[in-house]
Design a binder for this molecule. Sequence first.
Ligand SMILES: [Fe+2]
Ligand SMILES: [Fe+2]
Length: 390
Amino acid sequence: MTKEKLVLTASSATTTQSGGEGAESPSRNAVKRRSFLKGLGVAVAALSAGSLLATAAEATQRSGIITVGDVAILRFLAAAEILETDLWQQYNELGGIQDSEVPGGSGSPAYTSAIEFLDADMAQYIHDNTEDELTHEVFINAYLVSKGAEPVNLDKFRTLPSSQATGAQQIGRLTNLMQLTVDTTWWTRYRSRTQNPDLGDTFAQAIPTLAVGQHTAIPRTDEDLESKNFLQAIGNTAGFHFATIEQGGSSLYPKLAQRVTSLEVLRIVLSIGGTEIMHFQTWSDKAGNAKVLTNVVDPVTGVTVTFPDLNSPPFGGEDFQTNLIMPEPTAFLSRKLPACSIIRPTQTRGAAMGALNALTADGLFIGQSKEFFRFMRTLAIEADLALRES
Ligand SMILES: [Fe+2]
Ligand SMILES: [Fe+2]
């Protein structure tokens, strides 16, 4: 019996015992499907022991099944994509292009022009990044459903306030873009030719003042549009935050890919992960165009931010030079091996919890409920327990 047939048999047996799928409520179906998935893990182990996947043709049938570990990885990624969509949606409403692909806001011309100091096409890029995240979220959830697994829904956590600036929708949000502490070490990490976080190295901040205190990356009210310098500081903050978010995705996908079992799930993770890298490189390039600003004070909080000239001393050189937008080759796996141009970090242990902790440290969840953190931590723990099955 092939693995595919065995899975179908197991599925129909479950259905028969419970009286047929069509007769059941959605909630009962969900429970039944979870039970089926648990059973599936056992079936996979038994078949592997019997060497039934010896040929390439049989191996392709692995795409028809999904393990509990793969479901856990995809559920964490679905949640991460929902959170990404939520934050990108807020950027798009005020600084992107509002159309039928990414509806909702009505735009803030002053904020949009501050962001466009970094590149004339920023509004288009913000729009496209937002749409990409939305499709990631919808696709992963639809794939989970197609395999009989539960999708992720964070709607009950949409409780955070929207910006009060003209252009933003007034709806509950999952993420907070108005109190960010932005980690900009990705800048020096990707420019180093000798250091790698997977080998224990740490990296300097490109914009040290963004990495302390709380900074808004969108206008909170129309009053934030009044000072030209402060508005540009908000635009610069957004420009660096875009890359901070997307470098996280660039690492998260390859980290989790190492523990995926199904070839089809691996294909999903590699294919979506690649677009996160495309986003990161775009934003990495644009952040280098941020306007030089010195000691700009937030009129509401009193917090100060400085965007230095990264091409001049004491900055400059390979660790800071703004046109080094492709990864410098660096140590990979072992310092004894030759330097290699790579995504970093990619070590897989604790990948999901690490991503959740980084987003939390970013300030994105300031104001979220204990229940939200409990839910997200559970998803992360489950994803980090997933192991690649042979
Ligand atoms: Fe994404
Ligand atoms: Fe992303």
